[in-house]
Structures are given as C-alpha cells and as structure tokens.
Design a protein around this ligand. Structure first.
Ligand code: UT7
Length: 333
C-alpha cells in the first residue's frame, strides 16, 4: 500500500460576535435581501478589536489536537491572509502557544486557497517521510483588513479558523488524502488585492484607502467557477471517482451562486454540497476546514464518505483535493 497523509483530527472555531445582514444595512448602503440573494449569506462572525488571527488559530489548533487525541505535531503550518503582523510569520507564535516550542512552523499565503496549499505542503512532508504528524490551520480575521463601510467586501467576509491534524499512514485508510491539484495565474493578481502597504507601494498615510482589501467581484466570480470546477474534475479523475461517487463536495464558501455553478458543472447535486456560508460568510483560508467540520458535525459527512475539496483565491490561486472521511470526534463551528 502507498504511504499517504491521513486526516486524523479536526477543530473549528469562530469568534462569538455575530454581525447580521440587518446590522450591516443599518450602517451601509445595502439590504438583507441583496446580500441573501446575491451571496446566500445571512450572518458572519467578526472578532472584537484586539483579537488577532493567532487567537482564532490557537483555539482551532487545540481542538484539532484534542480530536486527534494527541498533544503535539512535528510541524505547524498556518494558512492565512491576515497574519498578526507583516513580520514575523504567525505560525511560530501559534505553535508556541500550543506548547510546541522548537517545532518548525511557518505561514502559507494563498488567500482563500491557502488551506489547500497548506494541505499540499503537509502532504509532501508526510508522504516524503520527513514528518509523521502535521498540524495544519487555516485562520483569517478578514474583517481587520476590510474598509469599514465598503459594501462590496463587508457583507461577504467573516472571521474564523479551522484546523486538521494529519499523520503518515496508508492510502487505503479512512482519512487518506488523494492527489492534490494546485495552480496559479499571477497575471490576475489585481483582481484580489490590498494595493498598498507592501514593498511595491508603501502606504501613503494611515488613512490610505489602498491599505484595505479590494476585490473585483464579477471577474473573480467567473474565474472561481472555471478554476474550481477544472481543479476538482482533475482531482476526481486522479482519484478514479465518478460524479456519483462524490458523497460530499466541500467547495470554498465564497458565494452560494458559485457553489451552485460548480456543483452543476461537476454533476453533484446541492444536497451533497457542504454549505455553511449562510452562517459564517467567506472565511478565506478557514473556509474549507470550517465547512468540513460543520458537515461532519451535522452528519452530512460520514465515516468512509468520499469528499472532494476545491478552492479559489487571490494570486490568483486555486486547488482541489480528495479524501475519504475518517472516524474521528468532531465539534462544528
Ligand atoms: O474568496 C475569493 C473568491 N471570492 C469570490 O469568489 C467572490 C466572487 N464574487 C462574488 O461573489 C460577487 O461578484 C459579489 C457578491 C462580490 C458581487 O455580486 P454581483 O452579482 O457580481 O454584483 P455586482 O458587483 O455586479 O453588483 C451588482 C449591483 C451593482 O449595482 P448596479 O451597478 O447594477 O446599479 C452594485 O453597485 O449591486 C450593487 N451592489 C450592492 N447593492 C447592495 C454591490 N454590492 C452591494 C451591496 N448591497 N452590498
């Protein structure tokens, strides 16, 4: 049997602060009806001032370690768009706070595809034999990079963290990952961006509007559908699964209409799609593990089920993966 990365623990965490569509309509030019019909989102969770990405990541990471019944890992990978600081990476702090001082730890930056990029990284270490156990966390406090009254971004994004523990195992075990498909197209970098504040363009001052996150929704929508579908088809092909054999499609929770389009192109009915964006919005790097945890906690994703994962994000970047669901304790978000 082939050596494989096996998912053996999962943890999810969203901050307690709920922001409903009604609350947003009270402070910006939008409506519950527009947000619901254009995105499928009813509410999202938002951190209090002073709560950082690492605070979310530590809770999700601890829950994943508990779910796996272990105290530590050989390395810690944090996928995030919103590190606590521009420098250093946030993963070492998260590892230390989880009692893993001395363990290699680093951030992965692929925006909403970050979890799948992290999964591929973890997979390479585990199948290559240089690690036996990896803690992979996807966490974003996305609300901290949005312009306060921007109706094109505020209604869409939410904060949260999801984490998995992966161990070295064999390809026929429940929890085993199949091939992971990744891609990028940097010529489309401006579609999803924080224009200023990096080495290319410094912030012109504390009120520089280019210091906030910006997204060109329409083209992003189109590329997200095309790339997620193609990547998922390729991952499914490599796993040797037919459309009927996909028990659960876990696509990046960007927009309900995107989920519908991707599911239709993949011939997977919506009843077999994980959907939690109505409650948490688009949580960027946390989206896939949060959706996995919620689908498993709700009983939609059961032991032995074949799950097809796919995501699209800034860069632009995309990816897809397959796995069979293991028998592990799960608490939803
Ligand atoms: O996480 C990475 C991947 N992200 C995504 O995949 C997101 C992809 N994009 C989307 O989900 C959608 O493009 C959005 C939800 C961002 C926007 O939906 P849309 O259907 O593409 O709307 P639009 O931007 O074309 O705007 C349609 C109309 C415009 O008005 P006019 O020009 O037709 O008069 C907007 O000004 O809706 C208006 N609008 C709003 N109205 C009320 C835009 N945002 C809002 C709003 N409330 N929040």
């Amino acid at each position: 049997m082939k050596r494989a990365a096996v998912l053996c623990g999962i943890g999810a965490w969203v901050p307690p602060g709920v922001v409903t569509n009604e609350a947003l309509s009270a402070v910006m030019d939008t409506t519950d009806e527009w947000i619901r019909t254009r995105t499928g989102i009813r509410e999202r969770r938002v951190v209090e001032p002073g709560t950082a990405t690492s605070d979310l990541a530590v809770v999700a990471g601890r829950r994943a370690l508990d779910s796996a019944g272990v105290k530590s890992a050989d390395l810690v990978i944090l996928a995030t768009t919103t590190p606590d600081h521009p420098c250093p990476a946030t993963a070492p702090d998260v590892a230390a706070r989880l009692g893993m001082t001395g363990v290699p730890a680093w951030d992965v930056a692929a925006v909403c595809s970050g979890f799948l990029y992290g999964l591929a990284t973890a997979n390479a270490f585990l199948t290559g034999g240089t690690a036996e156990r990896v803690l992979l966390i996807g966490a974003d406090a996305f609300s901290t990079i949005l312009a306060p009254n921007d109706r094109s971004t505020r209604p869409i994004f939410g904060d949260g963290a999801g984490a998995v523990v992966l161990r070295a195992g064999e390809s026929d075990e429940p929890g085993a990952l199949g091939d992971i498909v990744l891609g990028s197209d940097g010529s489309l970098r401006d579609l999803i961006t924080i224009p200023a504040g990096g080495s290319r363009t410094p912030l012109s001052g504390p009120d520089d509007p280019d210091g906030y996150f910006a997204m060109q929704g329409k083209p992003v929508f189109r590329h997200a559908v095309t790339r997620m579908t193609a990547a998922a088809q390729e991952a499914r092909r490599r796993a040797g699964w037919s459309a009927e054999e996909v028990d659960c499609l876990v696509a990046h929770q960007a927009n309900y209409r995107i989920l519908q389009a991707v599911a239709a192109k993949l011939d997977v009915p919506m009843t077999r799609c994980a959907v939690n964006l109505d409650r948490v919005g688009n949580t960027a790097a946390a989206s896939i593990p949060l959706a996995l945890a919620d689908a498993a906690a709700d009983g939609q994703l059961k032991t032995g089920h074949r799950a097809l994962l796919t995501a699209f994000g800034g860069g632009v970047t995309w990816g897809a993966a397959t796995l069979t669901w293991p028998d592990i304790p799960v608490e939803g978000s």
